[in-house]
Design a protein around this ligand. Structure first.
Ligand SMILES: NC(=O)c1ccc[n+]([C@@H]2O[C@H](COP(=O)([O-])OP(=O)(O)OC[C@H]3O[C@@H](n4cnc5c(N)ncnc54)[C@H](OP(=O)(O)O)[C@@H]3O)[C@@H](O)[C@H]2O)c1
Length: 330
């Protein structure tokens, strides 16, 4: 049986999620990649144990995570939980529904009450849970009335299947609209999950980060390392054993000479701060007051250990911040 490290809560800091009572670790672990059946189960289990031993209490899943089929990440998480269910009350577990999940009109990409309700039941079964801590609508659906999506999430709470609800990939305007329904229903809506990193700052230009602060909503931001670009991994090109190396899509195309030069300049700055590039990139994201937690991905336990240590230096001088702006503008 797994026994967690005694000093785990001294190794992490916890931040209140918006105006809610729920605290989340500054660094959380996501299950989008590397947790499906095509991966090595012992490595997955070790990643979860490493994270929990570092005080990472928040685990972010979704119905469609995992290869070779949707749901396999939740199945593996359920299996890992079997060895650590005695810590269930020390964990915040989230899942989502919204992207294409199963065949036919009810499992397609959408935000209907029919899909969200059935999907949450499936997720609970796969993970062997009575309830999740946070249930998200994964992506804005222009074809379903927002009121229906809000009602479906609210209903999950009233049925005792979720404690809090969230939305993901909703911009400021869409967030404002659904918030109005949640207010009417008194739904515990506490969190929005957008992408955000030094290389992807749409939440700043959209105004979502300022808006959620004003409204008392937390932000869990995904791909804070831009899927691994903002680590030491790509400083000399694309290694085979990397996400970009395994894929043939857009990610690879973005790693041009200009990008590699910027990454090297950022890496040099991180060294001067006494951090690794991944740690500085995470500290920079956490420096935005709107951000409650960064959702990191990992392919091996050592990455989690390295990344969690970002909390040891979260502050930036004005000079450092403007140096980063200059590098990013190059
Ligand atoms: N709501 C949504 O629509 C949505 C979308 C995407 C993600 N998410 C959530 O956000 C989580 C994180 O997303 P992400 O995986 O894109 O995040 P990320 O933290 O930007 O990238 C993680 C990847 O970077 C590499 N890496 C991480 N730390 C490293 C280190 N110290 N040194 C070298 N390489 C390192 C690893 O890839 P390799 O080692 O394989 O190269 C790792 O899998 C997901 O698991 C999911 O929970 C949500």
């Amino acid at each position: 049986m797994y026994i967690a490290s005694d000093d785990r809560y001294e190794k992490m800091i916890y931040r209140r999620c918006g105006n809610s009572g729920l605290k989340l670790p500054a660094v959380s672990l996501g299950f989008w990649q590397n947790f499906g059946h095509s991966g090595c189960f012992a490595n997955m289990e070790q990643m979860v144990h490493t994270a929990f031993d570092l005080g990472i209490t928040h685990f972010d899943l979704a119905n469609n995570y995992g290869n070779p089929y949707n749901g396999s990440a939740e199945e593996n998480f359920g299996r890992i939980l079997n060895g650590m269910r005695h810590y269930r009350d020390e964990m915040c577990i989230s899942t989502k529904a919204g992207y294409e999940m199963w065949d036919g009109p009810y499992g397609d990409k959408n935000g209907s009450r029919k899909y969200l309700t059935a999907s949450l039941d499936q997720s609970l079964k796969r993970m062997g849970l009575d309830y999740v801590d946070i249930f998200y609508h994964h992506v804005f659906d222009p074809h379903t009335p927002l009121e229906e999506t809000a009602l479906a999430l609210d209903n999950a709470v009233r049925q005792g299947k979720a404690l809090y609800v969230g939305i993901s990939n909703y911009n400021k305007e869409q967030t404002e609209k659904i918030t109005a329904f949640f207010r009417e229903l008194h739904t515990p809506f506490i969190i929005n999950q957008p992408s955000y990193s030094m290389l992807n700052r749409w939440i700043e230009s959209d105004g979502l980060d300022r808006h959620v602060q004003k409204d008392g909503i937390g932000l869990a931001v995904f791909s804070p390392l831009y899927q691994g670009f903002l680590t030491g991994k790509y400083l000399n090109g694309i290694p085979d054993d990397s996400r970009a190396g395994r894929e043939n899509g857009e990610l690879k195309n973005e790693l041009n000479d200009r990008m590699i030069a910027r990454l090297n300049a950022l890496n040099h700055m991180a060294e001067k701060r006494g951090q690794t590039l991944s740690q500085m990139a995470l500290s920079w994201v956490l420096h935005n007051k709107a951000v409650t937690t960064v959702l990191i991905g990992a392919s091996r336990p050592a990455q989690i250990t390295e990344n969690a240590a970002c909390i040891q230096k979260l502050d930036f001088t004005e000079e450092e911040l403007s140096e980063i702006e200059n590098i990013l503008a190059e």
